[in-house]
Design a protein around this ligand. Sequence first.
Ligand code: SF4
Length: 708
Amino acid sequence: PIVPIAPAVRTTCPYCGVGCGVKATPMADGALIEGDPEHMASRGRLCVKGSALGETLGLDGRLLAPAMREEGSLRTADWDEALDKVASTFASIIAEHGPDAVALYVSGQLLTEDYYVANKFMKGFVGSANIDTNSRLCMSSSVAGHKRAFGEDIVPGCYEDFELADLVVLVGSNTAWCHPTLFQRITKAREARPGLRIVAIDPRRTATCELADLHLPIKAGSDVWLFNGLLVYLAQTGAVDADFVATHTQGLDGALAAAAECVDIGFVARSCGIDARLVAEFYEAFAATAKVVTAYSQGVNQSSSGTDKVNAIINCHLLSGRVGKPGMGPFSLTGQPNAMGGREVGGLANMLASHLELDQPAHRELVRGFWDAPRMAANPGLKAVELFRAIEEGSVKAVWIMATNPVVSLPDADQVRRALARCELVVVSDMTAATDTAELADVLLPALGWGEKDGTVTNSERCISRQRAFLQAPGQARADWWAICEVARRMGYQGFDYMDAHAIFDEHARLSGWRNDAQGAPRAFRIDGLAGLDRAAYDALAPIQWPVPPGGEGTARLFADGGYAHADGKARFVATRPRLPANAAGGDYPLTLNTGRLRDQWHTMTRTGKSPRLAGHAPEPFVDMHPHDALLAGVREGELARVRSRWGSLVARVSHGGGIARGSAFVPIHWTGQNASDARVGAVVNPVVDPVSGEPEFKHTPVRVEPF
Ligand code: SF4
């Protein structure tokens, strides 16, 4: 018989940005996992990954005690010894080389409270903005695009809009696999209301495209041509909200001028590599349908023109006035469970807490005053790819990596390995003992995992949800915020004496109110309505969408009547000029490598890899390619092959099942160097980044495939 050992706890799934609610009932050998019918994001739904969470809670492979490297080998240490080492080495490097010689590289897996303390530590007390996050790899192009268009990093709509829309456009997003319960909501809405149409725009014929009403298999990187063409089409056919444009926007003429070459649908079709009839059908549907949601994900963001792609999409919604109204709006689907919470606290190297800007002196002064900080960072810090280059070059001499595995996940990952191998101090906080990054650690700190941590996360629709602990902390594992505070105290910094996550959340909430009182220009982000909650109220906090002003109950949508954060209150059209990916396939590297997630795995599989049920979907790394390209490469389906680029190589099994066009290949992101063969796709990916956002071009690397 299944016997609960404690009452069910309501918490939030730790995987994708949908942020589904979970009911976890502790059992003698783990936990019973069910969907939480009361959670607004998911209404009881869980996908296969979320449902299998109970199978991933075992302690095999866990890092249960601090460890320190001595004469090349790791030995167990106690917390005091490990924290003393981190604090003293950080302090001596800062004293000798300045604050920019140390860095933190954190993660969208952190809870908002961990993220807040990490940013306060670096930006207010160390005095450097060298803190970046793996969210840089995921949605920083959307952040940059939102800031350019809206003056602030805001997703205007909510998940309900997908159900209310008559047209859902999914761009560069395999929503069916990567945001499954949201996709279920869309298809369910279509069942109830067959007039709802789904358009998928993706070079690959993914599971999402199979279920869409229309699939545009555009050439990788050609999105700006498509949406510039749509902008011109909307303007010419009168599908324009002239009042909205006149009252609430600026810059339309520049955007139309930049898009002028796309007036010819035939030109757009050739630029995108698709049939002109597909382009025309999409444009007609968009123009004729009032309720349109355009959602986009990594196929848009992970590109050397990612920010322009985001703005090309937003331009079309601004022109038609379809922003922040029920069933309408551009919508960035975040990949990670707390990519949005990280943005709230300034998790990126170019951001400041509470959605303020590091490059604005007034904002820096405001946060300095609130924190009573001795040394505010004066300039934006190094973005992820730049950061690991600086480590290899020696200008950054110590790095603390939390809840992420950059030796697997960053582009040109062999460069990251070289960088860490020569870094004076590499500190790794993780719940897993053996990762490719942990192999290079000088100090390993055991972190809490899902079910053990306590705090909040924010999903793609701005919904703040509690992640609640329902398991005992194993071994000596501790919260990441606690480890940062302990190091801060050892370095003599004041203001890090939090008793628990609740105290950190309260400070974060108070800062947003302080900012709104002190600053003239309104900004949408505020959660001061959640300041002053007592511990019981924080524990009982129900999911709520920010902004939450005092007395507020959350906000589903923003901007229907303007109110943008630019000084004049108006949104900006951005002139976007299409450009191809930085490195073209050809010659020795004739194929274009695309990368992405699988339905049943998460990141580097430290958790999902523990579930045999999940492993059954794709038991080993594979390279998906067209049979014709396989023939030319001299490899056959089911055989091992080497995928090689100018930056590195991996080994994977050839497959033909993934809807791949000729000239392309696809490798999933999940496998690591810990497998029998090194299957880190990051080792192959080119380190090209978007010039505005710094987000790497994961979707387009020239490669060749060779017999193994
Ligand atoms: Fe929901 Fe995403 Fe978790 Fe699946 S992985 S249960 S869709 S949050």
